[in-house]
Design a protein around this ligand. Structure first.
Ligand code: ATP
Ligand code: MG
Length: 631
């Protein structure tokens, strides 16, 4: 094992040799002629001339060596189902789904929209698409019709695969009327809608368009659909970003680069081995679900757990009981889920044997220190914060323990991952900041490594304008996140560039103010936004959720708390950071993936339209703020 610094240096100084080596981890039907083509920056083409297939690499190639090993472990605490598919069985199921898609006229390059709950057929559908060279676009199951319609319009699917219903915390969420309404709203009409009937909800059928999956499958028990060998640069899927900061962008991913990058990440970052079990608690509607529920574990010959349900039902021990039962070696979750668990008695973790677990990886939003410390103490296992985006598909910052074990620092997702030439740049000039402890925009010098987005679907212009800026002689990719780097090279994410407020000329990060407010013992969670102010330019407004909501029930109670919280901010950050008001709510508006929708809160506070809300989880949260602001 060499040092990580060497490994990283090689990946930047000799990317072609580096990635050619990583590419040996997957099967190529036709070897590539050129590792990297970067003659039209920032459009990078990896493994040019090569032909492969992601489904072949994730499923078929494991059938001989590990056909009877578990591949997909489906656990639903919503329907009380637990089913294990071996690689052999998965191979068969994927071919049946592929045959049904084929029968509907779906072929190479056609888009298939997948609007499904977390059930095995969703995984079959994703794998079946890439098997036949079709491009999937998974939309989080249960999204409102308007959100769904905008994605149908953007990616123009030939077919849609859906199900009668999802279920969340025991509540059935029927999908079909949402889907029918979305199709009605969109200007593009799919030829067919393939329906998986779970027997949860009745669904109206449109003759000539809707297909019942079970009946279509009945004749296809032994369906054989060979893999379509596609160019390494052939798009594998389109996935829309979370929409935290605006209209979701259709991230387009390639085939060869993605397979190589994910396969390598299991070894170098996640330390998974073939035959072990990976458990990612995300949803297939998000990038973590694409990369680390479906593709990466299977590419690496690991079993993967697909979990339908919430983390606290039937009790808060459910995830840990799965870790014990299936000897999970790698687990991946989000800080928001850990914060949910933290509200419960920790004996539920301690009663399980977690000795198989090597580490818990967390990503998606800032990992605050109290949450990190709590889960580290409970598990007695390394907690590894990793930072990335839908756009990149795999981590930008992490500790790469598979290359060289290194200590993590709380509050930091670690070091730039191999392949990423990470820079900190001055927001105004784009100039690189070399000295430690200076705050800048986290940027990546092109080319982006394999696995990252190729472009915005059918919108090269938006790809260029949303992400790339020119600095002398080159193009750099902006993550739109603030960060600092310490003396040891560790990065700390400070928040999004949109989340900076300017109070009378002082630039303040909303996250700093939020952390300060959170340190008040009564506060469970808080959102801070900058609101336009005639005098000061902007002022900070805070919306806090209390651990005990009754404390702010009376006007007096609320006023006392508000005063206390302002005092905390005064003491920790100075009066300039003190919010103009601290208001109390029972819920904060978040995306379905658990990210705070600060821009929507800000818009409401300024009396503006809250904009694209297609990914909001519970609209009543925003209404509480609207009511408080008298909008
Ligand atoms: P949109 O781009 O549509 O506004 P989004 O940025 O929330 O939505 P994602 O790609 O799901 O969409 O999220 C990526 C963002 O999440 C990062 O840019 C960063 O702001 C945040 N993030 C991810 N991981 C971490 C982490 N480990 N620490 C801090 N922030 C993180
Ligand atoms: Mg983003």
């Amino acid at each position: 094992m060499g040092t990580f610094a060497d490994f990283h240096r090689q990946s930047i100084e000799a990317p072609e040799a580096f990635w050619a080596e990583q590419a040996k981890g997957i099967h190529w039907h036709r070897p590539f002629d050129q590792v990297l083509q970067y003659d039209q920056p920032p459009f990078a083409r990896w493994f040019v001339g090569g032909q492969t297939n992601i489904c072949y690499n994730a499923v078929d190639r494991h059938v001989d060596a590990r056909g009877d090993q578990a591949a997909l472990i489906f656990v639903s605490t919503e329907t009380d189902t637990e089913t294990v598919y071996t690689f052999k069985q998965l191979h068969q199921e994927v071919q049946r789904m592929a045959a049904v898609l084929r029968a509907q006229g779906v072929g190479k390059g056609d888009r298939v929209l997948i609007y499904m709950p977390m059930i095995p057929e969703a995984a079959f559908a994703m794998l079946a698409c890439v098997r036949i060279g079709a491009i999937h676009s998974v939309v989080f199951g249960g999204f409102a019709s308007v959100s769904l319609a905008s994605r149908i319009d953007d990616c123009e699917p030939k077919a849609i695969v859906s199900a009668d219903a999802g279920s969340r915390a025991g509540k059935v969420v029927p999908y079909k009327h949402l889907l029918d309404e979305a199709i009605k709203l969109s200007s593009n009409k799919p030829n067919s809608v393939i329906m998986v009937d779970r027997g949860l909800a009745a669904w109206p059928r449109t003759e000539g368009r809707d297909v019942d999956y079970a009946s279509a499958c009945a004749a296809l028990t032994d369906a054989q659909v060979p893999c379509e060998w596609v160019d390494a640069t052939h798009p594998s899927y389109i996935l829309y970003t979370s929409g935290t900061t605006g209209k979701p962008k259709g991230v387009q991913r390639d085939t060869g680069g993605y397979a190589v990058a994910l396969n390598a990440s299991i070894q170098h970052i996640y330390m998974g081995q073939p035959g072990e079990t990976y458990f990612s608690t995300s949803d297939i509607g998000w990038v973590v679900g694409h990369s680390y529920i479906i593709y990466a574990p299977l590419l690496a010959g690991m079993a993967t757990i697909m979990y339908e349900g919430v983390p606290i039902r039937p009790d808060p021990a459910i995830w840990w009981s799965l870790v014990e039962k299936y000897k999970v070696s790698v687990m991946f979750s989000a800080p928001t889920a850990v914060r949910v668990l933290k509200k419960y008695d920790s004996s539920f973790i301690k009663k399980h044997d977690l000795s198989s677990l090597k580490a818990l990886f967390l990503a998606g939003e800032p990992l605050d220190e109290p949450t990190a410390n709590w889960i580290a103490d409970e598990l007695g296992r390394p907690i590894i914060d990793n930072y990335w985006q839908t756009e990149t598909g795999w981590p930008i910052l992490s500790i790469c323990n598979g290359v060289e074990p290194k200590a993590a620092k709380f509050g930091s997702p670690g070091l730039p991952v191999y392949g990423y030439n990470v820079k900190l740049v001055d927001d105004a000039t784009g100039e690189e900041l070399h000295e430690p402890n200076r705050k800048g925009v986290l940027a990546i010098e092109g080319p982006l490594p394999p696995g990252c987005m190729q472009t915005v679907w059918r919108n090269d212009e938006r790809f260029l304008s949303s992400y790339w800026r020119s600095v002398p002689n080159r193009l750099i990719y902006s993550t739109s996140d603030w960060a600092v780097r310490d003396e040891d090279g560790y990065y700390f994410i400070l928040g999004r560039t949109d989340d900076v407020i300017n109070v009378a000329g002082h630039r303040l990060g909303t996250r700093e103010i939020e952390e300060s407010i959170s340190s008040h013992a009564a506060v469970a969670e808080v959102a801070v936004v900058g609101v336009a102010d005639q005098l000061k330019g902007q002022v900070a407004m805070a919306f806090a959720v209390l651990k005990d909501a009754s404390l702010a029930e009376t006007a007096d109670g609320a006023r006392v708390l508000e005063g206390q919280i302002m005092k905390v901010v005064d003491e920790q950050l100075g009066a300039v950071a003190r919010p103009a008001r601290v208001r109390f709510v029972t819920l904060l508006p978040k995306t379905r993936s658990g990210k705070l929708l600060r821009r929507a809160i800000q818009a409401v506070c300024e009396g503006r339209d809250p904009g694209d809300l297609t990914t909001i989880d519970d609209p009543s949260a925003l209404r509480q703020i609207q009511d408080l602001m008298g909008a």
